[in-house]
Design a protein around this ligand. Structure first.
Ligand code: NAP
Ligand code: GLV
Length: 310
């Protein structure tokens, strides 16, 4: 059985292929080559694969994505509707996401950004104590990433709410569900953390209308996908003062183009899509376990529901 490996995670593909091969010894795993020939693969293990992978490897029976979000795969031509797409389930990402969100929240709420400025001026000036009640956090998407983020911030005694498609019941977290409850969720939120998957329903969901409903002096933390955000709407709301700051890990175009307004905006923090990385060892272990299930004819875990897009 042949497996094609095509990943932009790491230039050193061998460092992924070798340990995967060791865990799936019966497979012949080959690295994608740009020479145009198909290897006749039955399975593909991919992250941001070349645009023509599904046009070239036409016999694929399943595709294993080395990341949580699968939106990029649906943009490629030739992906058959009946081929299962399998995503990473946590695999060490949710703890990183919780760290990232905690850092971004504390930087704003504990005013570490202001202390950095004061240090540069040599000024010793304790700022007013934090009042957690003034920093209600709202997490969009309450899946593996969002639930971990929400629980982590709730453990620090911030008022936390979550919004998802279906209702959730998590202790200490106020849960909202569906489009009908979105306005109420936004109206009680000052720090909005987006962990949604990118689908036709969530594309552009962070726009003038939704962001404008947040509490005054809001802060946006976007770790979902760049296309959730209407970038010019964020800039307008920062200009108007309704949004005080934003911490952005994902962008409409990645890498963020030189000269983009976000690079130099005084109230935007930019990171290069690193909020939660796919860790090699845990990712390979999870994919290998799933491939071995496939080989034994057992059900796979993490299969994307095509109709939902995640
Ligand atoms: P997940 O477990 O599938 O969770 C997705 C959550 O979003 C679920 O709670 C789901 O609701 C909710 N949702 C989906 N569509 C919705 C809609 N239309 N309205 C309201 N809620 C909706 O996914 P995950 O593993 O947490 O990953 C989420 C996303 O994080 C990924 O797709 C990826 O884009 C992003 N991500 C980014 C990085 C990074 O480094 N920046 C790393 C990893 C992941 P239900 O619970 O009702 O299904
Ligand atoms: C990263 O962005 C992922 O979806 O895993």
């Amino acid at each position: 059985m042949k497996i094609i490996f095509a990943s932009a995670h790491d230039v050193d593909a061998d460092s992924w292929i070798k340990p995967l091969q060791a865990l799936v010894p019966q497979a012949d795993i080959q690295q994608w080559s740009d020479d145009g020939s198909a290897i006749g693969a039955e399975l593909a293990v991919v992250w941001n694969p070349p645009r023509d992978i599904f046009l070239r490897e036409t016999g694929l029976q399943a595709v294993f994505n080395l990341g949580a979000g699968v939106d990029a795969l649906f943009r490629l031509e030739g992906l058959n509707d009946d081929v299962p797409i399998v995503r990473l389930e946590d695999a060490g990402m949710s703890v990183q996401m919780a760290e990232y969100a905690t850092y971004a929240l504390l930087r704003a709420s504990r005013q570490f950004d202001r202390y950095e400025g004061l240090q540069k001026q040599g000024i010793w000036e304790p700022l007013p104590d934090i009042q957690r009640g003034k920093w209600p956090v709202g997490v969009m998407g309450m899946g593996l990433m969002g639930a971990r983020v929400a629980q982590t911030l709730a453990s620090l005694d911030y008022p936390v709410a979550g919004w998802s498609r279906s209702g959730k019941d998590l202790p200490g977290i106020e849960c909202f569900a569906g489009p009908a409850q979105l306005p109420a969720f936004l109206a009680r939120t000052r720090v909005l953390i987006n962990t949604l998957p990118l689908t036709s329903e969530t594309h552009g969901i962070l726009c003038r209308d939704t962001l404008g409903r947040l509490l005054p002096e809001a802060h946006l933390i976007n770790v979902g996908r760049g296309d959730h955000l209407v970038e010019e709407d964020l800039l307008a709301l920062l200009d108007s003062g309704h949004i005080h700051g934003a911490t952005l890990d994902v962008f409409n175009q990645e890498p963020l183009p030189q000269g983009h307004a976000f690079w130099t905006h005084p109230r935007i923090t930019v990171t290069p899509h690193v909020a939660a990385a796919s860790l090699r060892e845990t990712s390979i272990a999870q994919v290998a376990a799933n491939i071995n299930c496939y080989l034994r004819g057992e059900p796979l875990t993490g299969v994307v529901v095509r109709g939902r897009g995640y």
